[in-house]
Design a protein around this ligand. Structure first.
Ligand code: SF4
Length: 480
């Protein structure tokens, strides 16, 4: 009835008079719901992530009567469910926005006190002239930097930004950082993996043995994708939700761990400590694929570099302590394959500097282990409120499976992220975990570290990053 009423209003306001004459009431419209003049394609690309779900749009008498998910995606990988149907209830009602009474279709100028909601319609010429005059006045009175464009993916989406940003730039005015505006960013991923969004396509969740939903509530916020979590669980995967509230995603999880809002980093670090203390990490992976075996100078906490030990040495040449030959050796800079090298993860060693003096060095892993002394499950529990035994269990579970960690930004759990999984697990941590201060460094890096200890970064269903043979190490420590 509601849709029919809306369509009646749209018909009466937009359709040619001879057409709307045949629709006297919403009942007339309702009876015509399943007839249409043509079918078009549509989607919703403004500020919707994932977005771009393909829709069939049914048009009659010049207006959209209804839309439905098209469900046209093919199977990409045998044995893995396809993406269909892709859609959500908001998308299915999107056309109502086209005909909503308060949709702004013309330039409006405030005609009363600010906040009173009084507006008058003006022409496009008037609107553009007034905006241009205001910009010129601002530049003349206070300089171009007094003009600020607050970047946003909405209100026209990136297309609006693409056209407006160059104008603002050429004026010498300011464009704010859209990632800073909406926090859809996770520098912690850059810092750890060297990539902004080091994740596979969402259907990889299906391959996971364990799905960690952390900083996210995908039942609400990733509706087109969530079926992969449900399908993986049906196949046998376990689902863990870490969230302060028993949210809609927790309802469908095998474990729900509560955490105080904003304290997830302590929980993640205590999980890391459990994984290391109980020897659950994958030492060969850690030595080859991460920077945890590289030596750090204890005098300045920077990596030991060739420039420290020889004249003209490279700044990007780092060192291991080889347990086989018991000496410092240059870390591979090309392919990461270690061959006969066995880099030490523990211990303190002497390095001779080019001026003849010596300095103590130790692997990043040893420093990390020391840092984690502050995050025993018991100590972390006092911060995050999660029971120490639950923290240990989470660390053990994470290390045992092929995990995928879903974590997202702004999605309403303790921080909100995209899903993340373990060993056959991946970490799609992003914006949710960027929405509070220090979250990206603290939470994303802590969560990502757990993945790097356990090879949850290279197997199907465990995403974040491909194993590297080309010299890209996964970074866990701030020494640089
Ligand atoms: S998630 Fe919903 S709103 Fe976004 S594109 Fe898909 S159907 Fe549209």
């Amino acid at each position: 009835m509601f849709t029919a009423s809306l369509n009646l209003e749209a018909l009466q306001s937009q359709a040619p008079p001879q057409k709307d004459a045949s629709y006297k009431s919403w009942e007339d419209v309702y009876r015509q719901q399943w007839r249409w003049d043509k079918i078009s394609w549509g989607t919703h690309c403004v500020d919707c992530y994932p977005g771009n779900c393909p829709y069939r749009v049914y048009v009659k008498d010049g207006i959209v009567w209804r839309e439905e998910p098209a469900g046209i995606f093919p199977i990409v990988e045998q044995g893995v469910p396809d993406m269909n149907p892709m859609g959500c209830q908001k998308g299915a009602m999107w056309s109502q926005m086209l005909y909503a009474k308060d949709r702004v279709l013309h330039p409006l100028k405030r005609a009363g006190q600010r906040g009173k909601g009084q507006w008058k319609r003006i022409s496009w010429d008037e609107a553009l002239s007034e905006i241009a005059d205001s910009i010129i006045d601002a530049i003349q009175e206070n300089g171009p930097e007094s003009v600020i464009h607050a970047s946003t993916p909405s209100q026209g989406g990136f297309m609006a930004g693409i056209t407006l940003a160059p104008l603002i730039h050429n004026l010498g005015a300011l464009n704010t950082d859209v990632q800073g505006e909406i926090n859809d960013f996770a520098p912690g991923l850059y810092i750890t993996f060297g990539k902004f969004n080091p994740v596979s396509s969402v259907d990889d969740w299906f391959q996971s043995e364990l799905i960690f939903i952390w900083h996210r509530n995908p039942v609400y916020t990733a509706i087109p994708w969530y079926h992969f979590v449900a399908e993986a669980r049906y196949k046998g995967a376990e689902v863990v939700t870490v969230a302060p509230d028993f949210n809609a995603s927790a309802v469908h999880a095998d474990y729900h761990a509560t955490v105080r809002p904003g304290t997830d980093a302590a929980l993640a670090l205590a999980m890391c400590k459990t994984i290391i203390d109980e020897g659950l990490y994958d030492a060969s992976f850690v030595k080859e694929q991460t920077d945890l075996a590289l030596l750090v100078r204890l005098d300045n906490h920077r990596f030991l570099r060739a420039g420290d030990v020889q004249d003209g040495g490279r700044e990007d040449q780092f060192y291991f302590y080889d347990s086989n030959t018991r000496q410092l050796v240059e870390a591979p800079r090309g392919p990461l394959t270690l061959g006969k090298l066995d880099p030490a993860l523990e211990g303190t060693f002497q390095a001779k500097l080019k001026d003849g003096t010596g300095v103590e060095v130790t692997p990043v892993f040893a420093l990390l282990r020391r840092r984690l002394e502050d995050y025993t499950p018991e100590k972390a529990s006092q911060i995050c409120g999660t029971n120490p035994e639950v923290i240990r269990l989470l660390g053990e579970v994470f290390a045992a499976g092929q995990a995928y960690a879903l974590s997202a930004a702004a999605e309403g759990s303790s921080t909100s992220t995209r899903p993340c999984t373990v060993r056959s697990s991946a970490s799609a941590t992003r914006s949710g975990s960027s929405t509070y201060e220090h979250a990206t460094a603290a939470v994303v890096r802590a969560m990502s570290s757990a993945a790097t200890f356990t090879r949850c970064v290279s197997e199907p269903g465990s995403n974040p990053s491909e194993p590297s043979t080309e010299g890209e190490l996964i970074g866990n420590e701030s020494a640089r």
